[in-house]
Design a protein. Sequence first.
Length: 376
Amino acid sequence: MTVMTKTDIPLVDLKAQYRTIRDEVRVAIDEVLEGMQLTIGPNVTAFDQEFAAFCGAKHAIGVGSGTDALQLAIRALGISSGDEVITVSHTFFATVEAILYSGARPILVDVDEKTFNMDLVAAAQAITPRTKAIMPVHLYGRTVDMKPLLALAKEKGLQIIEDACQAHGAVLDTGTLAGASGRVSAFSFYCSKNLGAYGEAGSITTNDDALATELRSLREHGQSTRYYHPVIGYNARLDEIQAAILRIKLRKLPEWNARRLAIARHYNDRLKNSGVIAPEIPEGGRHVFHCYVIRVPDGRRDALRQYLSERGIGTGVHYPVPIHLQEASAFLGYRLGDFPVTELLASEVVSLPMYAELTDVQVDAVAAAVAEFMRA
Ligand SMILES: Cc1ncc(COP(=O)(O)O)c(C=O)c1O
């Protein structure tokens, strides 16, 4: 048996991806530096158009991060103090941070055990006269059932803000891609995302012309034209180097997403009857596998991670502490036991290595190690 070294199969291997695009990236960065237009220039303008076209949305507005994208979207919809926004507790902290920045109150709901996504019955029950918006999160790259959610929002007169930060290129049940169905959607290009910058970046997509104009102004200090500021905005600009890199990577994204899906199928096949709960793979491109997340029952999750780590296999936990149990959001008044599915998932989920450059041999090695541990 071969002995693996510590870094054999990391959770994410950005270096492996870089090696496939190094020449193009270096030329693009050099071009930006030769031109010395470093922010909101030709690459940002082109990337905004290309990303909007990719999603099938009318507009994309490049910003500094996914958190900026959510924050500006919430602000542009006029949500503020006294309002409520419904979202999930099983998500990355920024989803809720962005709501809190606006002064609105996040109303958390539980998730569905199979999809890891918002429990839509719970969301409907959480609506009050103060509710202004629902923020579904397409967690791990799997899209939320938007048809019923859009119908609910229409019936109740609510806005939908899609947190599509993990779902670049994922198809919705409406047939469109994430980013094209809600009034406004937020994407993150954090480095490890399916579409990741080499630094911080994000984008907001919308089909609404007026909202797009407002968002473009908000990302640059609320200015209408240079040095004229009708409103107070933010410094949330996307920079030219990141946009130039993202343009290159966007062209590869369909191929990379297809490979991620193939890897997920391969894992599922190998993990059958292993004792872990493998993720459901919905038909029709509804999952782009930003993360490949299994569930390890019976309190064995952390021991599995240790076992894999000793064999040089990287893992992650997305996420170990639900939002309702985070120290920073204790003031919201939630308690242990409020969201049983979320709490169960927080104790069971493990993300296995997932990136387009992962080979079938590596997937086999990871799956074999998981199965071996579960048999022991
Ligand atoms: C679901 C979700 N929402 C929001 C964010 C925030 O994005 P960023 O890190 O680019 O600010 C992330 C990124 O990690 C995310 O995964």
